[in-house]
Ligand binder design. Structure first.
Ligand SMILES: [Zn+2]
Length: 494
């Protein structure tokens, strides 16, 4: 359908697009195979994503040609609502996206690199959606102005690359990690600010006997609480609705009893946290003797990299997936209750090579320090929710050597099987970008090429460090290149 008759005869740049869509609307899908339907869904999604990049180009053109003035609309946003009859929020979002992802021109007409170049490239490839773009912009907006430019560039690069593999909602989580690491002593996580805000308000008891609770807790309290909640608030544990639910820390409960109780458990996670607090504060329970959870002591496990200690910056990671600023982590460690795992970037040379099926506590500790959580790409389950698994299954001659052990949460581990839709795991070889890490091979409906991928979710600091290093090298090279060019100009060809 054309909007203006007088231009009907003039060919338009979008004619092939309009024809292709019209054809697809009428095309019969009956003859397609199942794989054909999936392929078509992927192709349409990719085209939609690329069209968003085309929209930026058109918006840039409209603005640079002063169409806002010529049409009388006044602003780009109004031009969009009037011309395309889209909502105000939609128009505002499109203008904002074009400003950060579009390629604009300077006064001389030369192209100016997009403000978020890696994200822009991913969108132009059709690899990320507008939802990804919006989440990335939200994270980048929170980076304090005092952060060095390289920090901003690195964050944009990590998020733009990560978005090619993860869901839009994962971007928020990766962003949170980056923000904690970019500026550990900056405005976002200033310690004095944190201490000032700490509060637990227990409001007055209401007529029905209930009391409201609100407040904000420090990273330290969080690091202490998380392992207790992970253990005592685990599904099936301390359930007041279930007389047969294991109580307290239930050290001697068999796995079968707990699994059966977990299946009967219909509580929300907020209710389980509440019941864990009741269990923790009940007479006769000593938090220091809570025993073990998934084969590890229920105490706070902190992993800190040597680099971070040396620079007296950065954050420690807890086994429950939280972060604790370095100063707080060291203060906690002084009290000796937590396990402090100082982890060297050189890797964990723990080749125990035992012929036992079960991993030793030392191996578990090393895996937590090295992996921080579930290894399946995109999964954010922290180490406290993971069990140790063999990368090559024990029944297929996989050893219980640290090199063949990995962390996976129960849900992800259930995805590894030889049937249809099953994932496979391998150890990434030395030629890969991530040697030694656990590679997950998706089933064909997720990735027809079946390329093994690793999980970056728990390795943000490492990713940030390598990206910064790459950026620095790239800058050096372009400086060298410019110098070389200058020298060539000084020496005209003979
Ligand atoms: Zn998982």
């Amino acid at each position: 359908m054309r909007s203006s008759d007088e231009a009907a005869s003039e060919p338009r740049v979008t004619d092939p697009l309009v024809d292709a869509v019209a054809e697809l609307l009428d095309a019969s899908l009956v003859a397609l195979t199942d794989a054909g339907v999936l392929d078509a869904m992927r192709d349409v999604e990719q085209a939609k994503r690329q069209l968003a990049a085309v929209e930026h180009r058109l918006l840039v053109a409209a603005d640079e040609r002063n169409l806002t003035y010529h049409t009388g609309a006044g602003t780009l946003k109004k031009l969009l609502t009037q011309t395309l009859r889209i909502s105000h929020p939609d128009a505002a979002a499109r203008v904002a996206a074009a400003k950060t992802l579009g390629t604009w021109h300077d006064m001389a007409g030369a192209e100016v690199q997009a403000l978020h170049p890696v994200t822009a490239a991913a969108q132009a490839d059709g690899a990320i959606s507008t939802d990804h773009v919006r989440e990335i912009a939200k994270v980048l907006k929170q980076i304090p102005g005092s952060t060095a430019n390289a920090g901003f560039e690195a964050a944009e690069q990590i998020l733009g690359e990560a978005a090619r593999q993860v869901l839009p909602e994962d971007i928020t989580k990766i962003g949170r990690d980056i923000l904690a690491r970019l500026d550990p002593d900056g405005t976002l996580t200033d310690d004095r600010d944190r201490q000032r805000r700490r509060a637990l308000r227990i409001g007055s008891q209401r007529g029905d006997g209930m009391s409201p609770i609100s407040g904000e807790i420090t990273p330290t309290l969080r690091a202490l609480l998380d392992p207790v909640i992970a253990k005592m608030g685990r599904p099936g544990m301390n359930n007041p609705d279930d007389p047969e639910s294991p109580t307290g820390s239930a050290e001697n409960t068999g796995r079968d009893v707990l699994d059966a109780a977990a299946r009967r458990d219909t509580r929300s996670s907020a209710q389980r946290t509440h019941d864990a607090m009741v269990a923790l504060l009940s007479p006769g329970v000593d938090p220091a003797e809570l025993g073990s959870h998934r084969g590890l002591p229920v105490s706070t496990i902190l992993s800190i990299s040597v680099d971070d200690i040396e620079s007296a910056a950065g954050v420690a990671t807890t086994a429950t997936g939280g972060t604790v600023p370095m100063t707080d982590a060291l203060a906690l460690a002084e009290r000796a209750l937590p396990w402090l795992v100082v982890f060297d970037h050189a890797g964990v040379p723990l080749h125990l090579g035992r012929t036992k099926r079960l991993a030793s506590p030392g191996q578990r500790m090393a895996l937590i320090a090295a992996l921080h959580g579930c290894t399946r790409p995109g999964c954010e389950a922290p180490a406290s929710l993971c069990a140790v698994h063999h990368v090559t299954d024990w029944t297929k001659n996989g050893s219980t050597d640290i090199g063949n052990l990995t962390l996976a949460c129960d849900r992800c581990h259930a995805l590894v099987h030889d049937g249809p839709g099953g994932w496979q795991t391998i150890v990434m070889d030395s030629a890969s970008d991530h040697p030694g890490r656990t590679g997950w091979i998706p089933p064909p409906h997720i990735d027809p090429t079946r390329t093994p991928r690793v999980n970056h979710r728990h390795h943000t600091s490492e990713l940030l460090a390598t990206t910064l290093a790459h950026l620095h090298t790239a800058k050096e090279q372009s400086r060298d290149h410019r110098r070389w060019l200058r020298e060539q100009q000084l020496q005209p060809a003979a």
